[in-house]
Design a protein around this ligand. Sequence first.
Ligand SMILES: NC(=O)c1ccc[n+]([C@@H]2O[C@H](COP(=O)([O-])OP(=O)(O)OC[C@H]3O[C@@H](n4cnc5c(N)ncnc54)[C@H](O)[C@@H]3O)[C@@H](O)[C@H]2O)c1
Length: 260
Amino acid sequence: MTQPLEPALHAPATGVIITGGASGIGLACARALAAVGRPVALWDMNTAKAGAEAKAIADAFGVPAVGLAVDLRDPAAYAAAIAQSRAAMGTIGALVHSAGIVDTGSLDGLTEEVWANGINTHLRPLALLTRDLLADFKGNPGSAIVGIASINATLGHMANPVYSAGKSGMLGLIRSMADRLATDGVRINAVSPGQILTPMLKPTVELLPEGTFERRILLSRLGTPEEVARAVRFLLSDEASYITAAELVVDGGNISSQRM
Ligand SMILES: NC(=O)c1ccc[n+]([C@@H]2O[C@H](COP(=O)([O-])OP(=O)(O)OC[C@H]3O[C@@H](n4cnc5c(N)ncnc54)[C@H](O)[C@@H]3O)[C@@H](O)[C@H]2O)c1
Protein backbone atom coordinates (compact mmCIF):
# COMPACT_ATOMS: atom_id res chain seq x y z
CA MET A 1 0.00 0.00 0.00
CA THR A 2 1.53 3.34 -1.04
CA GLN A 3 1.17 6.58 0.83
CA PRO A 4 0.77 10.07 -0.71
CA LEU A 5 4.02 11.98 -1.28
CA GLU A 6 2.72 15.47 -1.97
CA PRO A 7 3.83 17.91 0.77
CA ALA A 8 0.53 19.79 0.38
CA LEU A 9 0.29 21.40 3.81
CA HIS A 10 2.67 21.58 6.72
CA ALA A 11 1.28 19.26 9.38
CA PRO A 12 0.63 19.22 12.21
CA ALA A 13 -0.22 22.91 12.73
CA THR A 14 -0.16 22.81 16.52
CA GLY A 15 1.66 25.30 18.75
CA VAL A 16 5.38 24.99 19.46
CA ILE A 17 7.25 25.99 22.63
CA ILE A 18 10.81 27.10 21.82
CA THR A 19 13.22 27.55 24.74
CA GLY A 20 15.95 30.06 24.04
CA GLY A 21 13.58 31.42 21.42
CA ALA A 22 14.79 35.02 21.68
CA SER A 23 18.12 34.49 19.91
CA GLY A 24 20.16 32.51 17.43
CA ILE A 25 19.02 29.00 16.57
CA GLY A 26 15.90 29.14 18.78
CA LEU A 27 14.74 32.35 17.15
CA ALA A 28 15.39 30.96 13.65
CA CYS A 29 13.33 27.87 14.59
CA ALA A 30 10.47 30.08 15.78
CA ARG A 31 10.49 32.05 12.54
CA ALA A 32 10.77 28.92 10.35
CA LEU A 33 7.83 27.27 12.13
CA ALA A 34 5.72 30.44 12.04
CA ALA A 35 6.44 30.69 8.31
CA VAL A 36 4.48 27.45 7.79
CA GLY A 37 1.62 28.57 10.03
CA ARG A 38 2.55 27.15 13.42
CA PRO A 39 1.84 29.26 16.54
CA VAL A 40 4.98 29.78 18.65
CA ALA A 41 5.83 30.52 22.29
CA LEU A 42 9.32 31.93 22.82
CA TRP A 43 10.62 31.10 26.31
CA ASP A 44 13.74 32.99 27.30
CA MET A 45 15.58 34.70 30.16
CA ASN A 46 15.90 37.71 27.91
CA THR A 47 12.36 38.93 28.50
CA ALA A 48 12.51 42.07 26.40
CA LYS A 49 13.92 40.30 23.34
CA ALA A 50 11.48 37.37 23.65
CA GLY A 51 8.57 39.82 23.64
CA ALA A 52 9.91 41.91 20.78
CA GLU A 53 10.74 38.88 18.60
CA ALA A 54 7.32 37.32 19.27
CA LYS A 55 5.64 40.53 18.17
CA ALA A 56 7.79 40.67 15.03
CA ILE A 57 6.82 37.05 14.24
CA ALA A 58 3.10 37.71 14.75
CA ASP A 59 3.34 40.76 12.45
CA ALA A 60 5.38 38.99 9.76
CA PHE A 61 3.60 35.62 9.63
CA GLY A 62 0.12 36.27 11.09
CA VAL A 63 0.30 33.43 13.63
CA PRO A 64 -0.22 33.59 17.41
CA ALA A 65 3.20 34.28 18.96
CA VAL A 66 4.05 35.02 22.57
CA GLY A 67 7.30 35.79 24.37
CA LEU A 68 7.57 34.58 27.97
CA ALA A 69 10.11 35.27 30.70
CA VAL A 70 11.36 31.87 31.88
CA ASP A 71 14.61 30.85 33.53
CA LEU A 72 14.88 27.19 32.49
CA ARG A 73 16.98 26.45 35.58
CA ASP A 74 13.87 26.96 37.70
CA PRO A 75 11.36 24.11 37.17
CA ALA A 76 8.90 25.87 39.50
CA ALA A 77 8.38 28.40 36.69
CA TYR A 78 7.28 25.81 34.12
CA ALA A 79 3.60 25.31 35.08
CA ALA A 80 2.64 28.98 34.70
CA ALA A 81 4.57 29.32 31.42
CA ILE A 82 2.93 26.19 30.02
CA ALA A 83 -0.52 27.53 30.94
CA GLN A 84 0.29 30.90 29.32
CA SER A 85 1.62 29.17 26.19
CA ARG A 86 -1.48 26.98 25.89
CA ALA A 87 -3.74 30.00 26.28
CA ALA A 88 -1.81 32.04 23.69
CA MET A 89 -1.43 29.29 21.05
CA GLY A 90 -4.61 27.22 21.55
CA THR A 91 -2.65 23.95 21.44
CA ILE A 92 0.81 22.67 22.34
CA GLY A 93 2.06 19.98 19.96
CA ALA A 94 5.83 20.45 19.93
CA LEU A 95 8.84 21.50 21.97
CA VAL A 96 12.23 22.74 20.79
CA HIS A 97 14.77 22.92 23.61
CA SER A 98 17.37 25.37 22.34
CA ALA A 99 18.31 27.45 25.40
CA GLY A 100 22.02 27.19 26.00
CA ILE A 101 25.09 28.81 27.56
CA VAL A 102 28.83 28.44 27.04
CA ASP A 103 31.15 26.87 29.60
CA THR A 104 33.33 29.24 31.52
CA GLY A 105 35.81 27.20 33.53
CA SER A 106 37.28 24.14 31.77
CA LEU A 107 38.19 21.39 34.29
CA ASP A 108 40.55 23.53 36.33
CA GLY A 109 37.94 26.23 36.93
CA LEU A 110 35.05 23.83 37.48
CA THR A 111 32.77 24.71 40.39
CA GLU A 112 29.53 23.20 41.63
CA GLU A 113 27.77 26.33 40.40
CA VAL A 114 29.16 26.02 36.87
CA TRP A 115 28.16 22.36 36.81
CA ALA A 116 24.61 23.09 38.06
CA ASN A 117 24.16 25.98 35.63
CA GLY A 118 25.23 23.91 32.62
CA ILE A 119 23.30 20.75 33.39
CA ASN A 120 20.20 22.60 34.60
CA THR A 121 20.16 24.67 31.41
CA HIS A 122 20.98 22.07 28.76
CA LEU A 123 19.85 18.72 30.13
CA ARG A 124 17.33 18.83 32.96
CA PRO A 125 14.71 21.06 31.25
CA LEU A 126 14.34 18.59 28.38
CA ALA A 127 13.36 15.80 30.78
CA LEU A 128 11.12 17.86 33.05
CA LEU A 129 9.38 19.78 30.28
CA THR A 130 8.71 16.60 28.32
CA ARG A 131 7.13 15.14 31.46
CA ASP A 132 5.06 18.26 32.06
CA LEU A 133 3.89 18.54 28.43
CA LEU A 134 3.07 14.88 27.86
CA ALA A 135 -0.68 15.29 28.34
CA ASP A 136 -0.74 18.08 25.71
CA PHE A 137 1.33 15.99 23.30
CA LYS A 138 -0.86 12.90 23.80
CA GLY A 139 -3.92 14.96 22.93
CA ASN A 140 -2.43 16.28 19.68
CA PRO A 141 -1.59 13.62 17.06
CA GLY A 142 1.76 14.16 15.36
CA SER A 143 3.34 15.83 18.38
CA ALA A 144 7.14 15.84 18.40
CA ILE A 145 10.14 17.17 20.31
CA VAL A 146 13.60 18.31 19.23
CA GLY A 147 16.53 18.85 21.58
CA ILE A 148 19.30 21.04 20.24
CA ALA A 149 22.44 19.08 21.14
CA SER A 150 25.83 19.77 19.53
CA ILE A 151 28.76 18.18 17.76
CA ASN A 152 30.33 18.56 21.23
CA ALA A 153 28.15 15.63 22.26
CA THR A 154 30.58 13.57 20.17
CA LEU A 155 33.80 15.61 19.88
CA GLY A 156 35.99 16.30 22.90
CA HIS A 157 37.47 19.71 23.73
CA MET A 158 39.08 20.75 27.01
CA ALA A 159 37.28 24.10 27.00
CA ASN A 160 33.79 22.79 27.73
CA PRO A 161 33.42 19.68 29.92
CA VAL A 162 30.03 20.64 31.37
CA TYR A 163 28.63 21.64 27.99
CA SER A 164 29.81 18.34 26.48
CA ALA A 165 28.33 16.36 29.37
CA GLY A 166 25.01 18.16 28.99
CA LYS A 167 24.86 17.65 25.24
CA SER A 168 25.90 13.98 25.19
CA GLY A 169 23.55 13.39 28.13
CA MET A 170 20.84 14.82 25.94
CA LEU A 171 21.44 12.12 23.31
CA GLY A 172 21.04 9.34 25.89
CA LEU A 173 18.01 11.02 27.44
CA ILE A 174 16.38 11.34 24.02
CA ARG A 175 16.92 7.66 23.19
CA SER A 176 15.39 6.64 26.54
CA MET A 177 12.43 9.01 26.32
CA ALA A 178 11.79 8.01 22.69
CA ASP A 179 10.90 4.51 23.90
CA ARG A 180 8.44 5.84 26.48
CA LEU A 181 6.97 8.54 24.23
CA ALA A 182 6.38 6.13 21.34
CA THR A 183 3.70 4.42 23.43
CA ASP A 184 1.79 7.72 23.21
CA GLY A 185 2.57 8.36 19.53
CA VAL A 186 5.07 11.14 20.27
CA ARG A 187 8.48 11.40 18.52
CA ILE A 188 11.66 12.93 19.92
CA ASN A 189 14.96 13.61 18.15
CA ALA A 190 18.19 15.52 18.56
CA VAL A 191 19.64 18.07 16.14
CA SER A 192 23.39 18.54 16.58
CA PRO A 193 24.64 21.76 15.02
CA GLY A 194 28.28 22.37 14.17
CA GLN A 195 29.62 25.95 14.16
CA ILE A 196 26.62 28.22 13.54
CA LEU A 197 27.09 31.99 13.42
CA THR A 198 24.93 33.19 16.32
CA PRO A 199 25.47 35.60 19.25
CA MET A 200 26.82 32.59 21.20
CA LEU A 201 29.57 31.71 18.71
CA LYS A 202 30.41 35.19 17.39
CA PRO A 203 32.87 36.20 20.17
CA THR A 204 34.86 32.97 19.63
CA VAL A 205 34.96 33.45 15.86
CA GLU A 206 36.22 37.00 16.34
CA LEU A 207 38.88 35.86 18.80
CA LEU A 208 40.39 33.13 16.62
CA PRO A 209 42.51 33.64 13.48
CA GLU A 210 40.32 33.92 10.36
CA GLY A 211 39.33 30.58 8.87
CA THR A 212 40.08 28.51 12.00
CA PHE A 213 36.76 26.66 11.96
CA GLU A 214 36.30 26.75 8.19
CA ARG A 215 39.50 24.77 7.52
CA ARG A 216 38.09 21.64 9.11
CA ILE A 217 34.51 21.90 7.79
CA LEU A 218 33.93 19.99 4.52
CA LEU A 219 31.64 22.74 3.20
CA SER A 220 34.37 25.27 4.19
CA ARG A 221 32.02 27.72 5.92
CA LEU A 222 30.10 28.32 9.13
CA GLY A 223 26.39 27.49 9.17
CA THR A 224 23.45 29.84 9.55
CA PRO A 225 20.72 29.52 12.21
CA GLU A 226 18.19 29.11 9.41
CA GLU A 227 20.00 26.01 8.12
CA VAL A 228 19.52 24.40 11.52
CA ALA A 229 15.93 25.65 11.79
CA ARG A 230 14.92 23.92 8.55
CA ALA A 231 16.15 20.58 9.92
CA VAL A 232 14.22 21.17 13.15
CA ARG A 233 11.06 22.10 11.22
CA PHE A 234 11.33 18.89 9.22
CA LEU A 235 11.71 16.74 12.34
CA LEU A 236 8.65 18.40 13.92
CA SER A 237 6.52 17.75 10.84
CA ASP A 238 4.64 14.69 9.64
CA GLU A 239 7.28 14.43 6.87
CA ALA A 240 9.45 12.86 9.59
CA SER A 241 6.73 10.46 10.78
CA TYR A 242 9.09 7.44 10.97
CA ILE A 243 11.99 9.22 12.63
CA THR A 244 12.45 9.03 16.37
CA ALA A 245 15.44 8.62 18.75
CA ALA A 246 17.71 9.93 15.99
CA GLU A 247 20.50 12.50 15.95
CA LEU A 248 20.48 14.71 12.87
CA VAL A 249 23.89 16.35 12.55
CA VAL A 250 23.82 19.76 10.82
CA ASP A 251 27.52 20.64 10.71
CA GLY A 252 28.57 21.10 7.09
CA GLY A 253 30.64 17.94 7.43
CA ASN A 254 32.62 18.78 10.58
CA ILE A 255 32.39 15.51 12.52
CA SER A 256 33.15 13.56 9.33
CA SER A 257 36.17 15.67 8.41
CA GLN A 258 39.73 14.39 8.35
CA ARG A 259 41.03 17.74 7.10
CA MET A 260 44.02 19.11 9.00
N1 LIG B 1 25.92 28.45 17.75
C1 LIG B 1 26.51 27.30 17.61
O1 LIG B 1 27.53 27.18 16.91
C2 LIG B 1 25.98 26.07 18.29
C3 LIG B 1 26.55 24.84 17.99
C4 LIG B 1 26.06 23.69 18.58
C5 LIG B 1 25.00 23.77 19.47
N2 LIG B 1 24.45 24.99 19.77
C6 LIG B 1 23.34 25.01 20.71
O2 LIG B 1 22.26 25.67 20.12
C7 LIG B 1 21.45 26.25 21.15
C8 LIG B 1 21.19 27.70 20.79
O3 LIG B 1 22.43 28.40 20.79
P1 LIG B 1 22.64 29.76 19.99
O4 LIG B 1 23.93 29.64 19.31
O5 LIG B 1 21.41 30.07 19.25
O6 LIG B 1 22.88 30.74 21.25
P2 LIG B 1 22.25 32.16 21.61
O7 LIG B 1 23.11 32.65 22.72
O8 LIG B 1 22.08 32.99 20.39
O9 LIG B 1 20.79 31.79 22.16
C9 LIG B 1 20.62 31.11 23.37
C10 LIG B 1 19.38 31.66 24.06
O10 LIG B 1 19.16 30.87 25.24
C11 LIG B 1 18.74 31.75 26.26
N3 LIG B 1 19.01 31.14 27.57
C12 LIG B 1 20.20 30.80 28.11
N4 LIG B 1 20.05 30.28 29.33
C13 LIG B 1 18.71 30.30 29.58
C14 LIG B 1 17.91 29.92 30.70
N5 LIG B 1 18.45 29.40 31.82
N6 LIG B 1 16.59 30.09 30.62
C15 LIG B 1 16.03 30.62 29.51
N7 LIG B 1 16.71 31.00 28.44
C16 LIG B 1 18.05 30.85 28.47
C17 LIG B 1 19.54 33.02 26.04
O11 LIG B 1 18.98 34.15 26.68
C18 LIG B 1 19.53 33.12 24.52
O12 LIG B 1 18.44 33.89 24.06
C19 LIG B 1 22.23 26.09 22.45
O13 LIG B 1 21.69 25.00 23.18
C20 LIG B 1 23.62 25.78 21.99
O14 LIG B 1 24.33 25.02 22.92
C21 LIG B 1 24.92 26.14 19.19
